[in-house]
Design a binder for this molecule. Sequence first.
Ligand SMILES: NC(=O)c1ccc[n+]([C@@H]2O[C@H](COP(=O)([O-])OP(=O)(O)OC[C@H]3O[C@@H](n4cnc5c(N)ncnc54)[C@H](O)[C@@H]3O)[C@@H](O)[C@H]2O)c1
Length: 394
Amino acid sequence: MVLLQNIFSTQDEAAAAIAKAGISVFAWKGESLKDYWWCTKKALDFGNGKGPTLIVDDGGDATLMVHKGVACEKNPAILKKDYSKEGEDFKQLMLLLKETYNEDKTFWTSRVKEIKGVSEETTTGVHRLYQMLERKELLFPAINVNDSVTKSKFDNLYGCRESLADGIKRATGVMVAGKVVVVCGYGDVGKGCCQSMRGFGARVIVTEIDPICALQAAMEGYEVKTVEDTLGVADIYVTATGNRDIITLEHMQKMKDQAIVCNIGHFDNEIQVDRLNAAKVKKVAIKPQVDKYAFANHEIYLLAEGRLVNLGCAEGHPSFVMSSSFTNQTLAQIELWTKPHKTGVYTLPKELDEEVARLHLSKLGVKLTRLTDAQVEYIGVKKEGPFKPAHYRY
Ligand SMILES: NC(=O)c1ccc[n+]([C@@H]2O[C@H](COP(=O)([O-])OP(=O)(O)OC[C@H]3O[C@@H](n4cnc5c(N)ncnc54)[C@H](O)[C@@H]3O)[C@@H](O)[C@H]2O)c1
């Protein structure tokens, strides 16, 4: 087993303990993007043309590296393109792939043959998988762990409900009560963030593009506006969309003095950090992962350089909710290893989803009601489940 982590999310003490147990770890807190891709390649390279047979991914970067690597070996012209305007992250990936290709022309094609599949943790990574499948680029089977109910409706929602506040508080110590907090995106993560901020007494405003989610937010009692409507008024901005350019440089130029800006979505392109850094704005590092940007008439604070605030400024979700996510990951890995799958993207069967929940009940002292035979017949389910049809939304 080999481990790697996002650039700010490694807890060095935990990484050291794992390494001491004999597991290879390629991660430390505060890696550069160049280091990060180097670590990713190391995690995928066991030497002698060998690599992993299964991947557990979170955000799809390991999967992306393998796929891009294979694509470059099939068509090396890809490596000659100019990636300087594609963002630092992608630029560094392509630079490393070029270096790899120059050293070994079959590095990725030899390794990809061994890969039986990947299980993907998060919304954004799953989104990438379906895009690759649609473009007929996916090279091995994938299990979408995110859309197990016991993942997205727990980790994304209840996990972020706790770890968002943890990140903001550890970074700034700000009093949330009474503040105006804007949460961009009212999906599973956004819903948890809104509940959390409201729980502290914040006045929460939601931004959304989807009428269903916007209506849900309104029915929960949140105001739904655009980011532009909130400029000069809001104190804290949280992006949770999985989309790019949600908070632009122009937005930051018009924010209230001392506004705090952070992202809890998977990638750092939700906030235009590259443009902010390129603009002539004085940047003062208050402490690691807390930067003040001084515009002419106001200052704002950017947390975790626009990367996941709950991982960069705190320690992510509590382990209980991660246990639910990782139980799904473990079951997905067993599925991939023990059963043949055609290349495609799959979800775990509902029986297993219910089993993940069942395994966590006793810890919380939850007592389930058992169906009687008459009830089983009346609602038409099996006594042991599954209790809901596949289309049920929870
Ligand atoms: N930090 C963490 O611990 C953590 C945990 C789980 C998921 N994630 C990540 O958080 C992100 C969101 O995940 P999710 O499960 O809530 O996804 P989701 O698809 O359920 O929700 C995202 C929402 O954002 C909305 N949206 C998209 N573009 C928008 C825009 N321009 N303005 C306003 N709203 C917009 C969508 O309509 C959707 O409702 C993903 O990147 C996911 O990978 C992070």
